[in-house]
Design a protein around this ligand. Structure first.
Ligand SMILES: [Zn+2]
Length: 454
């Protein structure tokens, strides 16, 4: 048990004793993946663990603004996912509290000098929040014996669903951190909040949690990803900037059907409206203030060669180095789509199905992560900051904390991978779990001024 003389070596040995449990959690989660807003079993496991450790858990409708979700699975899909989770051991009372996809939760561990009253705590001490994402991807996992999860019998038990981004590892580290900090509670001078977020993929889970108050009063915010730009075990990227603001959208064009031989003049061709829009959207004049991206990745239309197609649907995304540039791109997408629809006598409707702002890690907090990473002696390759050039909905949370004068950082802990993120052969080196946990623990404890540890 920790006391005020807990040393650097002691903390490492506490982390090491958790390693078998970290790997067991990771493999259990890997085997039981859940997609965006259906993380019932995962969230139930987390809530139970945290409650047992003495954390105050906020979940369900209190932990996210349900109506602010840009996308939700349909009722049938949600019901089936809940039933699956219950059959796989999820706690029925906890699942009940998650309603229809309200799977995000946060849990507070207050310092022993404070009484938790459910709203605010430790006025004179900082509140440090750490965010872990929980969702898997709709992707079939490789069954080949060359793929370690298949060979060692912890591959996904669900067809078409897979943890192919490492979020199973993130949750395992979050659970380990919860255990570790509960053991060190007598040393804490402030509050730790562990945020477990659903639906990171697609950029739709963070904002509803922010709107429900997940960042209220947070002074320091830490997010972590395994791998990505920290490619080898032993690498660490202490802070990340150049997160691109992004919007994912779908556009439906509606025209009128007609016989292509007898009465083509009576038709309004939605396929042509959609393809006109695609060509012109890709030709949007770029903004002079910084980089932007555009992609139409899906297009569906038509039933037969002799029918003027009355419907077309497309899906795409814009990105920008600033939120303003992304807004400019999206404004142009809307203008082009309406103009293309009008040109072909069709109607169009545009729906935003995912969105996140741009962000950058706070320099001072990145400096702190770097000096702690250096002092640990576990990392061979330490980078201060990497430019992300991609998007993460953690940026909603970073912006919320930075806007109120707090500091936020997104760090990347190196993990050797068997294949790229978001592919069927993705797996990562579990030797990365302990260094990730130790780094997060040391940054948290140093921020909370826990004497005698860091
Ligand atoms: Zn990810």
């Amino acid at each position: 048990m920790a006391n005020s003389h807990t040393s650097k070596a002691d903390l490492r040995s506490l982390v090491r004793t958790l390693e078998p449990q970290l790997i067991a959690w990771r493999r259990d989660l890997h085997q039981h993946p859940e997609s965006s807003f259906t993380e019932y079993r995962t969230a139930s496991l987390i809530a139970q663990h945290l409650q047992t450790l003495g954390y105050a858990v906020t979940m369900g409708a209190q932990a996210q603004r349900g109506q602010a979700r840009l996308w939700v699975p349909d009722a049938q899909h949600s019901t089936a996912a809940r039933q699956w989770a219950l059959a796989q051991g999820a706690n029925p009372a906890l699942v009940q509290r998650m309603g229809n996809g309200l799977t995000g939760l946060w849990a507070d561990l207050v310092c022993p000098n404070d009484n938790y009253d459910g709203t605010d705590c430790c006025e004179e001490y900082p509140l440090v929040a750490l965010r872990f994402d929980m969702d898997a991807l709709e992707l079939p996992e490789a069954a080949s014996q060359t793929h370690r999860p298949a060979r060692e019998a912890f591959a996904s038990c669900r067809a078409g669903l897979m943890h192919a981004c490492g979020h199973d590892g993130h949750v395992a580290v979050g659970l380990g951190l919860a255990s570790l900090l509960a053991q060190l509670r007598p040393l804490l001078r402030g509050t730790v909040r562990l945020i477990f977020q659903p639906a990171e993929e697609g950029g739709i889970g963070a904002h509803p949690m922010e709107l429900a108050g997940a960042l209220h009063g947070v002074d320091y915010l830490i997010g972590m990803h395994l791998g990505i730009q920290a490619e080898h075990t032993g690498d660490v990227v202490c802070g990340t900037d150049c997160f691109l603001a992004t919007t994912t959208f779908e556009i439906t064009f509606t025209g009128s059907p007609a016989h292509a031989g007898m009465a083509p003049q009576e038709g309004k061709n939605a396929l042509l409206a959609a393809t006109t829009a695609v060509q012109n959207i890709h030709a949007i004049t770029r903004h002079g203030d910084g980089v932007s991206r555009i992609n139409i990745g899906q297009l569906r239309s038509g039933d037969a060669p002799n029918i003027i197609p009355p419907q077309a649907w497309l899906c795409g995304e814009t990105r920008g180095i600033s939120t303003a540039i992304n807004d400019f791109m999206m404004g142009e997408v809307e203008r082009m789509a309406h103009a293309a629809a009008q040109m072909w006598g069709c109607e169009c409707s545009i729906r935003r199905i995912g969105e996140c702002p741009s962000a950058a890690s706070s320099t001072k907090l990145t400096d702190r992560v770097q000096s702690i990473a250096k002092s640990m002696g576990l990392f061979r390759n330490i980078r201060h900051t990497a430019h992300f050039w991609a998007s993460e909905d953690f940026t909603w949370l970073m912006n919320a904390v930075q806007k109120t004068g707090g500091q936020a950082v997104f760090l990347q802990v190196g993990a050797k991978r068997s294949a790229g993120h978001h592919t069927s052969y993705f797996d990562f080196d579990e030797q990365a779990l302990c260094p990730a946990l130790e780094l997060l623990a040391r940054v948290t404890l140093s921020t909370l001024n826990a004497q005698g540890i860091v």
